[in-house]
Design a protein around this ligand. Structure first.
Ligand code: UD1
Ligand code: CA
Length: 455
């Protein structure tokens, strides 16, 4: 049977009080609506249509290639939103999942279970429900004496008795595709909000003698609909826990999951240990046997195996195997740190390459530099890359030794195996194997102080 999906993402999200459209608010680094689309991806859906309206272009750019789109020009309600997919889907035979773009926690397995239940019952519509201790704000699922679903009533339209019902509509449904579009035409907007409600389709189909059903998930957490920033933070906490647990089950040690913030698409290898107060973000990939943290922020980095990074920040860079970084180092974008490199305390690396086994152990700035292998950058050595207008390249070839507190004024090359004496300000290229001393000679003035006669 063909499977289709419709994702509702056209609302502005007034309750978020935000310039950013609701479904683009990130949960663990990924827009809510993208979580929904990604959860769908392993369900072999034949066609996914996302309904866009507010921020249509932005939403589309996030979901490009993962979904088709239909525009809802005016936000007249969830049923009206689904109607916008009519042209793309109405004549197709099969089942259609409808999911709200603001329920980022609903899992693939639950979507699958909903579709199975729907098919098993031969239903035309099956709604995914949850049990909420505090159902405030959600649509309530009204069942008859036999326990069969009668209809769904919105909070604003509910009687006191109906408000006390704790079974809520998660906003996720499975429909017979043709029955859905046929019933949508009959939805009216004579309700408290003057909107066309998608849940009304349940009652319409029921009144036509069709089978409508409800499937209640046992996972209370996944039903959360994010309408404001309080719910957003709750979603973040639940998602974070889920991500951390998945890594732990895959063989990653996380010492304190509550203070470990790993975004949704991060990959981490076995036997890596993550220490507290650590953020791992973006499309970061971390190898096996690494030690990351405490107090570390890694964003969009590719890191090899057996590397240690503590109390440091690394962004958009590649870091090899058996590297040690920190404490208190800053690896800025477009850096490439090869195997067995050591970057020590108070070292900043920007858009630079550090060849294998090279070291910058203390207090250095390495910017726009190409550093070969086995180079030693002494304490306080600095690439002077910026002349106030342009950035220039410093090249330090294999095996060079840069003495402490040296300035390498770019563009400049220090040749293979060359030595730069401590305290030098190097303005010209240094030949291979040479020693350069580029500082004033020391002059000792004997008895100078004694002869000042200050007393
Ligand atoms: C909706 C359900 C409610 C359910 C809750 C679950 C309706 C009428 N109510 O309420 O029963 O308990 O979700 O979280 O469906 N949207 C559009 N176009 C519109 C209106 C909404 O695309 O014209 C989108 C929104 O962007 C959002 C989703 O549909 O992603 C749900 O809309 P929202 O206004 O958040 O509905 P709720 O009041 O939460
Ligand atoms: Ca909602």
């Amino acid at each position: 049977m063909n499977r289709y999906a419709i994702i509702l993402a056209a609302g502005q999200g007034t309750r978020m009080k935000s310039k950013l459209y609701k479904v683009l608010h990130p949960v663990c680094g990924k827009p809510m609506v993208e979580h929904v689309v990604d959860q769908l991806s392993s369900l072999s859906i034949d066609q996914t249509v996302t309904i866009v309206g507010f921020g249509a272009e932005k939403v589309q750019s996030y979901l490009e290639g993962k979904s088709d789109f239909a525009l809802q020009k005016e936000q007249l309600g969830t049923a009206h939103a689904v109607m916008q997919a009519e042209e793309l889907l109405q004549d197709k035979k099969g089942i259609t999942l409808v999911i709200c773009g603001d329920t980022p926690l609903i899992k693939t397995s639950t979507m699958e279970a909903l579709m199975e239940e729907h098919t098993k019952l031969g239903a035309k519509a099956t709604v995914l429900t949850g049990y909420a201790e505090d159902p405030t704000g959600y649509g309530r699922v009204i069942r008859n004496e036999d326990g069969h679903v009668e209809r769904i009533v919105e909070q604003k339209d509910a009687s006191e008795a109906e408000k006390s019902v704790k079974e809520i509509n998660t906003g996720t449904y499975c429909f017979d595709n043709e029955a859905l579009f046929q019933a949508l035409k009959k939805v009216k907007n004579d309700n408290a909000q003057g909107e066309y409600y998608l849940p009304d389709v349940m009652e319409i189909l029921k009144s036509e003698g069709q089978i409508v059903a409800a499937y209640q998930t046992s996972d209370l957490e996944e039903t959360l609909g994010v309408n404001d920033r309080v719910a957003l933070s709750q979603a973040e906490t639940i998602m974070r826990k889920r991500i951390n647990e998945a890594h732990m089950r895959n063989g990653v040690t996380i010492i304190d999951p509550a203070s470990t913030y790993i975004e949704a698409d991060v990959q981490i290898g076995k036997d890596t240990v993550i220490l507290p107060n650590t953020y791992i973000q973006g499309l970061s990939v971390i190898g096996e046997d690494c030690l990351i943290g405490p107090g570390t922020e890694i964003k969009a980095c590719k890191i090899g195996n057996a590397t240690t990074i503590k109390q440091s920040v690394a962004h958009d860079s590649e870091i090899g195997d058996e590297v040690t970084i920190g404490p208190f180092a800053h690896i800025r974008p477009a850096s490439s740190i090869h195997n067995e490199v050591k970057i020590g305390n108070f070292v900043e690396v920007k858009k630079s390459e550090m060849g294998p086994k090279s070291k910058a152990s203390h207090l250095s700035y390495i910017g726009d530099a190409k550093v070969g292998s086995d180079v030693n950058l002494g304490c306080g050595s600095i690439t002077v890359n910026y002349d106030g207008k342009n950035k220039h390249l410093t090249t330090i070839e294999d095996g060079a030794f840069i003495g402490c507190n040296s300035n390498l004024i770019a563009p400049v090359t220090v040749g293979k195996g060359a030595y730069v004496a401590a305290g030098s300000t190097v303005t010209e290229d240094v030949p291979s194997e040479a020693l350069t001393i580029a500082r004033a000679r020391q002059v000792n003035k004997e008895d100078y102080v004694k002869n000042l006669n200050l007393k």
